[in-house]
Design a protein. Sequence first.
Length: 470
Amino acid sequence: MSEKKENKQEKIISLAKRRGFVFPSSEIYGGLSAIYDYGHYGVLLKNNIRDAWWKAMVQERLDIVGLDSAIFMHPTTWVASGHVGGFNDPQVDCKKCKSRFRADHILEDFGISADKAPLEEINDHLEKLKKEGKLKCSVCGSDDLTKAKVFSLMVKSNIGSPTDELKEENVVYLRPETCGGIYLEYKNTVDSLRIKLPFGIAQIGKAFRNEIVARQFIFRTREFEQMEMQYFLHPSMMKEKYEMWKDIRWRWYLEYGIKQNEIRWYKHEKLAHYASEAYDIEFNFKSLGGFKEVEGIHARGNWDLSQHSKFSGVDLSYFDEKSGERFIPHIMETSVGLNRLVLMFLDQAYTEEKAPTANGKEEIRTVLKLDKRLSPVKVAILPLSKKEELTRPAKKIYQDLREFFMAEYDETQSIGKRYRRQDEIGTPYCVTVDFETLNDEAVTIRDRDTMEQERIKIQELKKYLEEKLK
């Protein structure tokens, strides 16, 4: 890890905890590896990103409907999907310090792409590196590493009595991805809503993976949220719709302030057996040292519905009344990691820059330059002093505005320190109530990014903010 990368990562993690975005889960008991809780501002940011995705994917489209499927599903679901038999990663252990690593990640550090590679091929690469004296434990430096072996990512659970015998056919899993629920509710959705192909089903929900090495803050965790959309269509439409959705999803990132030179397409050369095309949108994470996946766009064929139809015995075909054709729909998927988007927006927004102080000097201020629509708090109301003659009208302004915007009231410490606090949580506008307010019924509004200030009449505040926060 480079010093620059480590420094940016440490700063974001520190800010996230200090300002109530993200906390290590169960920290008072020593925590759990790669499990995190979202604090007040983290929840607000995450929900704003979630709502922006939902608005674009469901609210603004005629051809997509929503779903919220259960985390627990019938265990045969994961047999049919291939997860029970094939959802795993290659694991390598250090015999000396007992550290555990993903073998494909080790190979990536040597410029060897081993994503979805057979275990035998992975071990061949590892053996070659070992003979060359290059293969070392990144924790203790030992060269006494095991061969790669299969490590299942499925998280097992149970329903009912925990004393019941856990036969494989009775094991219940926490879902490793949310799309499974969409496939199982495809027929009910068609029957109840009477929608015609092509159409999509969108869902936001928790998924769980028993990662070998969960690292990189909230980028790779064992419990996470996915935002997925499965688009059902006739196979003849796949090429056209695939390109359409690639364009739609790319433009979504640009709309919310992600710079075009900070995202790129990554084409998968090694595809799952059912897929005909797979691209990822990658973001250049400064805190992680380079481009990493945030969203996948995949042409999955008709494998998923065919498998569930086969294992369930239920006909999941679609009948086209116009053509008279009956077929199993093909699926085009967009799959986004919500937690990764939170880190992406924090990574790009985190800024350190010189700012003037009250005595005319300069200091470094930290500011989150988030898209204003995503900012956790939209406006902060700050009385210049704690005197009641200022706090009374300031609280009245806060009470009026909070009906329309996520607002915050703060009267502690100096106005400069309060500005810095709001900068660090990404609040676009600060409204200062001063002694002039008592005479002119106006307030000073400070812009987060430019730090410029202007005087606005109190009665015009709501309209002003509505225009600025579009």
